[in-house]
Each structure stands twice: as structure tokens, then as C-alpha cells.
Ligand binder design. Structure first.
Ligand code: OAD
Length: 248
């Protein structure tokens, strides 16, 4: 099939969908200047994840882990939503039954205007206590330079999901429940290798829904995709939005 025919088919599926699910990964924020995790320019190549994004690493070297998160917070604070985020926010406005499920912790979907969203891996600007329920949001910049401690005396940590940790149950349940009812899932910029998040598009497929994938290269999702649109998320989604607007 020609690329333009695929675009038209994808647009028609989105236009006709009663329940639209959008599932995103690091690739959607790449054009905002935030490095992805895997691949040629992946973040994980410079910083080994098993040394940084695990509870064990934090127990052994909390300062190193915090330095890495503060570096990423600073990078993300400077970033703005790109055209892909903007189109996904627009999709929420035009589709009455919609859910965005993201693996990203950068919060850029919120900044772009999405409200019906589930952040499966948390949000990098939250800091939580390792002992009690205290959890604070620190978007504007931390006013601490040493390690942060809670009022209860325990060390605070980034409130994101690390390797080997369970996902927040309510978020996962909401994502899976919507996936069972979705007639279309638009998967954008994910390698689809991190579970349980990667079950989301597979559940849609299992329940008879269609999978549209947008990625610069084939991923683990591609064999399950009904339509694979190869290209940068910003370009592909902008083109789809143009076709959607025209077809109204
Ligand atoms: P990855 O880094 O694994 O994958 C990013 C994907 O985005 C790849 O498939 C790229 O080909 C694609 N990509 C890159 N630039 C793109 C662009 N401009 N347009 C479209 N696609 C592009 O990131 P994730 O799949 O999000 O979890 O990784 C999943 C999870 O692994 C993350 O949430 C994180 C990590 O471990 C935790 O930290 C728990």
C-alpha cells in the first residue's frame, strides 16, 4: 500500500472510532529534545539503567541516582510540547470517548492540554518518601542541593516506577479496562518492549480493535499493527490531523 493510502486508512479509522486509545512512549517527546531510552541516541547508552533506575541502585548510591534525575528534570523543564503532543491533545478534544496512556514521565502531554491521561510510569516531578505517604510536586525547581529528606526523617526518592517495581494499580487497571473497549489504538514512539505497559495495544488487538503505529522504525509492536506509519511523530500526526480536519 502507498504511504498516502495508509494515511487515509488510518485517518478513517480514527474518525470512525467510538473509543480511541492513544499509547505513547519516549519517541513522542524526542522532537522536544528529550533523549529516548533505547537505540542509537538512547539515554540508556550513556547511563546504565540497572545502575540508576532500580530500588537497589538507590539503596546503594542515592546521590548518583538523584543527580541523574535532577539532570533529567532540568532537561525536561526546558522542553516544550512538540506538534505530536499538540495533535494528541487535539484528538482528546474532538473524540468524546478517549484515553491517553503514556509511559513517559516528562509530563509534556499535560502541558499540551491532555486531561484524560494515565501516566503508567509516574511523573518525574513528583518526589515521594521512602517510608511514609508524603509525596510532593516540584516542577519549578528543587530548593534543596543535598539529598532530600522527609519530615519523618526518611530519604525521599523520585516518585517514578523503577525496574522491578509494580506499576500503580489504579493506573494499570484504568488503562487495561479502556483497552478492552477501544476500537482503535494509536501507538506512537515506543519500542514496545517494557511490560506490563506494552500489553496495552495487544489487549486492544485481542478484543478486535485496530492498531495504528507511528514510529521512525519498526518496533516490537509492528508485527501486531494493522497500519504502520513510518516517520517522525510530529510529521505523521500533523498530516493525520490535516486529513481529519478535511474529512469533517
Ligand atoms: P524507547 O527508548 O525504548 O523507545 C523509543 C521509541 O521511539 C523507539 O522505537 C524509536 O524508534 C521511537 N522514536 C524515536 N524518535 C521518534 C520520533 N521522532 N517519532 C516517532 N518515533 C520515534 O522508549 P519507550 O518505549 O518509551 O520505563 O520505553 C519504555 C520504557 O522503558 C520507559 O517508560 C522507561 C524505560 O525503561 C521506565 O523507566 C519504567
Amino acid at each position: 500500500m502507498q504511504q498516502e493510502d495508509k494515511f487515509i486508512q488510518a485517518t478513517n479509522l480514527i474518525a470512525d472510532a467510538n473509543h480511541l486509545l492513544v499509547f505513547t512512549g519516549a519517541g513522542v517527546s524526542h522532537e522536544s529534545g528529550i533523549p529516548v531510552f533505547r537505540g542509537k541516541n538512547g539515554l540508556w547508552q550513556k547511563y546504565r539503567p540497572e545502575e540508576l533506575a532500580t530500588p537497589d541502585a538507590f539503596r546503594k548510591a542515592p546521590r548518583v541516582v538523584w543527580d541523574w534525575y535532577r539532570y533529567r528534570r532540568a532537561l525536561i523543564r526546558k522542553a516544550n510540547p512538540n506538534p505530536a503532543h499538540i495533535v494528541i491533545a487535539e484528538l482528546e478534544r474532538i473524540k468524546s470517548t478517549f484515553l491517553l496512556v503514556t509511559q513517559n514521565v516528562d509530563g509534556l502531554h499535560r502541558v499540551a492540554g491532555n486531561k484524560k491521561l494515565v501516566e503508567l510510569h509516574g511523573n518525574i516531578f513528583y518526589t515521594k518518601c521512602t517510608a511514609c505517604d508524603n509525596c510532593i510536586y516540584e516542577y519549578e525547581g528543587e530548593n534543596w542541593s543535598d539529598l532530600p529528606y522527609c519530615e519523618c526523617g526518611a530519604l525521599m526518592r523520585p516518585a517514578v516506577v523503577w525496574f522491578g517495581e509494580p506499576l500503580p494499580e489504579a493506573a494499570l487497571t484504568q488503562a487495561f479496562e479502556f483497552a478492552r473497549t477501544a476500537d482503535v489504538v494509536l501507538v506512537v514512539g515506543t519500542s514496545g518492549v517494557v511490560y506490563p505497559a506494552a500489553y496495552v495495544p495487544l489487549i486492544v488487538k485481542q478484543h478486535g480493535g485496530k492498531v495504528i503505529e507511528v514510529n521512525i522504525e519498526p518496533s516490537a509492536i509492528t508485527p501486531h499493527a494493522d497500519i504502520f506509519l513510518q516517520g517522525k511523530a510530529g510529521d505523521v500526526l500533523t498530516h493525520i490531523m490535516k486529513l481529519l480536519t478535511r474529512s469533517k
